[in-house]
Design a protein around this ligand. Structure first.
Ligand SMILES: *Cc1c(COP(=O)(O)O)cnc(C)c1O
Length: 402
């Protein structure tokens, strides 16, 4: 009988695509008495935090901080640039694109969706066509998910910028980098992104609880045109480190700020380019193994082309119910927790048990990835799930090549 609670002694690995593995140093930084929120270390820490958050996203513009999760970041971003009746455009490549669009609809926006399905990145041709058809520029914003964590697709945000520029459409380019920030390369200013949303519990390695909305001057001007912005979501005071959490924003997320300080120190000590390169190397090992497994049986990567895969998360398919059996076995026997499939089939539907995901974002290294892959191999052997040979050799070779 498969167990559902990890019973294996030793360190477990939560290999789900968020929340991610937290470094011990981050946990230690948070383990302290409540600090004074009005003066002293915490207040003095704020300008440096803002600067280092901007460095992670490669931007010189603004970042607002909220107590909230990714869903809060979605709502915060929209509340500053969209009013009821405005149109937003969603090129969806998985469940999270639809989710951000739904958030806009519930705020009163008209939402136009092009659905690219669950296995493909955005195609710029129909997007250009839709933008060209919008001759009176009713579309105020494009809501683009950089990495859709449900499908594990990586979208080409610079290509989307070029498409907007070629058509000459003034809509704001808004990117969801909740899964990709500090994992997959992202350069807000160089890529011409106007608004970017992120959370702290994926590549930033902090427990869930903080949301970030980055915005440039074009987006700030869009906010200035709105007749009203709600008190809580207004990004203007939250982007000002002198005022932040002291006068306008309520109690600071004290311990999260200490955790974030530590995580940003770790990221910048490694170097953001090196962080991206590490995720790429580890992802190549995972892809090599998965491609080997997929040569026999029903094992399949959700995204066929390597260029369109995120380096932070990998969505996989098996014959139902093997994905669930495999997840249960590796969790119960090995202390390895794999992610459920998301948005591929409705929960309760038999097909749901044919999807799973690997999270490899943030605080991960080669031995963790080899352990995860070895665990999956052991699980498929134990459960007689047909799979191609040579996966672990292929992963080791990928790591050896760096
Ligand atoms: C995780 C995630 C979200 C949602 O974040 P929550 O913190 O769960 O609200 C949104 N978009 C993407 C791409 C994500 O990976």
């Amino acid at each position: 009988m498969a167990k559902t609670i990890p019973t294996a002694p030793g360190r477990s690995y939560l290999a789900i695509p968020g929340p991610s593995v937290m470094p011990d140093a981050v946990l230690r930084a948070m383990h302290r008495a409540a600090p004074n929120i009005y003066a002293g270390e915490l207040v003095e820490m704020m300008p440096g935090l803002v600067a280092d958050l901007k460095r992670v996203a490669r931007t010189d513009h603004h970042v607002a901080m909220y107590i909230g999760n990714g869903h809060a970041a979605w709502e915060a971003s929209l509340a500053n640039v969209i009013q009821p009746g405005d149109r937003v455009f969603v090129p969806a490549t998985g469940r999270f694109g639809h989710g951000w669009g739904e958030t806009a609809r519930l705020l009163g926006a008209e939402v136009e969706v092009i659905d690219f399905g669950k296995q493909s990145p955005m195609d710029m041709n129909p997007i250009a066509e839709a933008l060209r058809a919008d001759t009176d520029h009713r579309i105020k914003a494009i809501l683009a998910v950089h990495v859709d964590t449900s499908s594990s697709v990586l979208n080409d945000i610079p290509a989307l910028r070029r498409t907007l520029d070629e058509v000459g459409h003034p809509a704001l380019l808004m990117a969801d980098c909740i899964a990709s920030l500090a994992c997959d390369r992202f350069e807000m200013d160089a890529w011409g992104v106007d608004v970017m949303v992120a959370g702290c519990q994926k590549g930033l390695m902090v427990p869930p609880g903080m949301a970030f909305v980055y915005f440039n001057d074009k987006a700030a001007a869009a906010r200035a045109r709105l007749p009203r912005v709600s008190w809580y979501w207004d990004w203007a005071p939250r982007a000002n480190p002198q005022e932040f959490f002291q006068y306008h924003a309520g109690t600071a997320p004290t311990h999260h700020l200490y955790g974030l300080r530590c995580a940003l120190d770790m990221i910048h000590a490694e170097g953001i380019e090196e962080v991206w390169a590490r995720h790429t190397t580890l992802a190549r090992a995972i892809w090599a193994a998965c491609e080997a497994w997929s040569t026999e049986g029903d094992f399949a990567l959700n995204i066929a082309d390597r260029d369109n895969r995120s380096t932070a998360v990998t969505a996989l398919r098996l014959q139902s119910p093997d994905a669930t059996r495999l997840r249960d076995w590796v969790e119960g026997e090995l202390g390895l927790t794999l992610g459920i499939g998301l948005g591929m089939a409705p929960p309760g539907d038999e097909a749901w048990h044919g999807f799973f995901r690997l999270g490899h974002m943030g605080h991960v290294n080669g031995q963790m990835i080899m352990g995860m892959l070895g665990g999956i191999e052991a699980g498929m052997r134990a459960l007689d799930i047909a799979h191609g040979p040579g996966a672990l050799d292929a992963a080791a070779e990928a790591l050896a090549q760096g």
